[in-house]
Design a protein around this ligand. Structure first.
Ligand SMILES: *Cc1c(COP(=O)(O)O)cnc(C)c1O
Length: 352
């Protein structure tokens, strides 16, 4: 299976086009959310770009295939990143494929268990700090500037062009540009990538207007909404628990140029959106990803979205990475019954 580099080569900066480190990323489903459309009761076409279907379960794979291919082409001996989880999983997997050593710095206690286990099983060296993501990023930037180790955070110049391919795919799948694009925002790398991706396609003559970008944060980790950095960001959506976004300026440009908005939603709304997507659309995304749906619902409520339009929401990562959170917030009871036809039948009859 070919990945995004094979498919979108002409749009991607490749140091050596014979060296491609790929796990078959990209080509993720664009699913129409018909039940959600019915629920909101407007004439909107709403789609989810299901990025949890990527090889390591998040969109980070799109940037990582390009970053890793070019690191190998430049003979880098190792890669390093700070991560809220998904970047470390992707870095570890692509480094494994490339035969490079990966170092990942993670904030103690603030990373979903599934993501941590991914980093370990792919063979990365995991370094946990008693601090947050922002502090970790400061450290790895310093290390990468002095050593030959390659930084594979979104500051790596190849991550954003790789992630732009998600915008190309959406347009290729829809055969048009959506009117609105909703996505969660942490560091802002992906917001920057989508905007630049849509603009690249617009400049290639594929359409006249790129979508308005709506970037969604969690209420207590909302530096973009507040207009300044936040010292102690807090949210259950750990992938967007970021107070000092690295792509501050570029993200502000993307929102302004696209005539979009930054939005903040409460953790409660994010969890509700996550559960609704799973129970009504059959898509299990991680909490941070559900911020895009929570944001859309808020935007519809506030009349930021016009009737008759097409909307795409990026679901950035796979819900299976963080089942602990589901356990904490989903009201469920699991009692055992006797292994008899009668006992099982009785329960089914009561439920129907
Ligand atoms: C990385 C990540 C984000 C945030 O993306 P940025 O580029 O940092 O804005 C959102 N959701 C998930 C699942 C992520 O892994």
């Amino acid at each position: 299976m070919s990945g995004i580099i094979e498919k979108y080569k002409t749009y991607l900066p490749l140091v050596n086009d014979e060296i491609i480190i790929s796990l078959g990323e990209g080509n993720t489903p664009l699913v129409r959310l018909l039940n959600l459309e019915k629920k909101v009761g407007r004439s909107l076409r709403i789609y989810a770009k299901v990025e949890g279907a990527n090889p390591t379960g998040s969109f980070k794979d799109r940037g990582m295939t390009l970053a890793m291919s070019n690191a190998v082409a430049k003979n880098a001996p190792a890669v390093i990143c700070a991560s809220t989880g998904n970047t470390s999983a992707a870095a570890a997997a692509y480094a494994a494929k490339a035969g490079l050593k990966a170092f990942v710095i993670i904030p103690e206690g603030k990373i979903a268990m599934g993501k941590l286990m991914q980093a370990y099983i792919y063979g990365a060296m995991v370094i946990q700090i008693k601090g947050n993501f922002d502090q970790g990023l400061t450290i790895v930037k310093e290390i990468a500037s002095n050593e030959s180790i390659t930084l594979v955070n979104s500051l790596n110049p190849y991550r954003i062009p790789g992630q732009q391919t998600a915008a190309y795919e959406i347009v290729d799948q829809l055969q048009l540009a959506p009117d609105y694009h909703f996505l969660p925002i942490g560091n802002g790398g992906n917001t920057t990538a989508y905007w630049q991706g849509y603009e690249t396609y617009r400049n290639a003559g594929k359409y006249h207007k790129s979508p308005q970008i709506f970037a969604c944060q969690a209420e207590n980790a909302a530096p973009f909404v507040e207009g300044h950095f936040v010292d102690k960001p807090e949210t259950i959506a750990t992938a967007i628990r970021i107070g000092k976004p690295a792509y501050w300026q570029q993200s502000n440009i993307a929102i302004e140029a696209s005539e979009g908005r930054f939005l903040a939603c409460s953790d409660a709304c994010i969890i509700k959106a996550q559960q609704m997507l799973a129970a009504q659309e059959g898509i299990f995304c991680e909490p941070a990803s559900a911020a895009s749906i929570a944001g859309l619902l808020k935007a519809i409520e506030n009349n930021f979205v016009q009737e008759g339009t097409t909307i795409v929401c990026t679901l950035t990562g796979n819900g299976l990475k963080d089942t602990q959170l589901v356990e904490q917030h989903l009201d469920f009871q699991l009692n055992s019954v006797s292994p008899s036809l009668d006992a099982v039948r009785k329960i089914i009859e009561q439920a129907i």
